[in-house]
Design a protein around this ligand. Sequence first.
Ligand SMILES: Nc1ncnc2c1ncn2[C@@H]1O[C@H](COP(=O)(O)OP(=O)(O)OP(=O)(O)O)[C@@H](O)[C@H]1O
Ligand SMILES: [Mg+2]
Length: 315
Amino acid sequence: MAPVPAVCIENVHKRFGAVKALHGVSFNIAQGEFFGLLGPNGAGKSTLINALAGLTRADRGQLNIMGYDVVREYRRARMSVGVVPQELVYDPFFTVREFLRFQSGYFGVAKQSRQWVDELLEVLDLTEKADVNMRALSGGMKRRVLIGQALVHKPPVVVLDEPTAGVDVELRQQLWFFIRRLHQEGHTIVLTTHYLEEAEQLCERIAIIDRGELIALDTKSDLLARGIFRSLHVVASRDIESVPVKVRDKVKAVHGCSMELRLRRDSDSVVEVLDTIRGAGIDVRDIHMEDDDLEDVFIQLTRRSPASETSGGSV
Ligand SMILES: Nc1ncnc2c1ncn2[C@@H]1O[C@H](COP(=O)(O)OP(=O)(O)OP(=O)(O)O)[C@@H](O)[C@H]1O
Ligand SMILES: [Mg+2]
């Protein structure tokens, strides 16, 4: 029998007044995946995560974590997931260590997790701040504590809602090292981020939601292959003025004799473009091709998102 999915999302709907935050979202995340949940501001990512964490309740549909229904089997589902929330919510009067111990008490693992709390403090570079009140921490440090609190009960599924927002470069690197370690140890990781290069580096499979609907769900490589365009960088012997109009229309950027051309993957021929340039008596000194990255594909998909056409009038 196939192992139970780490996360199972089935036709989930959630409205806030007139806003359809989630509109029939369904997908599964397998155990052990490093999964990216992407989407523009207001797409519904945090709403979905909050529904998974039991912080908000879906109007319709079903959510399971490690096979446990997040409503009917709340306690077991909650034990199976650690959520790093996007919003910084904490009790300002607790010290960092108290806050983490309190959390482990909530999960009934206070005794077993003393050593783990110390390890978390160490990894998150918070040992020095362990006895400082939460309110006296900087924003980035508070976020580290929230990452720690998501992990106190060593949940099999770790959901991180923008964990690196407002975090400095060095800590971001440390965090990714740590999260990769968790992944290697078998944890399922679900990540939302607006740093798409982060998702491109880390995630194996990516879902994109827009206006409450799933608009893409694919492996990273298949998603990248959906790019409509690619870039051709050309260093020519003369400046752009002498390049034929047919090619000039495709030029995105020019620096002296170097230019970047945007070519459609399906219809523009690199050979033809280069022949046209050479045909105008311009030497081509150097070229290199660049495929679109995740950010380009994301912009294409979300801009083209026909959310208003598909969802309008259906409810
Ligand atoms: N508690 C709430 N009350 C009213 N509207 C809400 C509430 N929470 C979310 N919304 C609305 O639901 C929609 C989805 O919001 P959500 O926070 O899930 O987006 P998001 O994808 O996480 O965006 P971001 O990238 O900005 O974090 C938005 O239109 C938002 O204004
Ligand atoms: Mg959000």
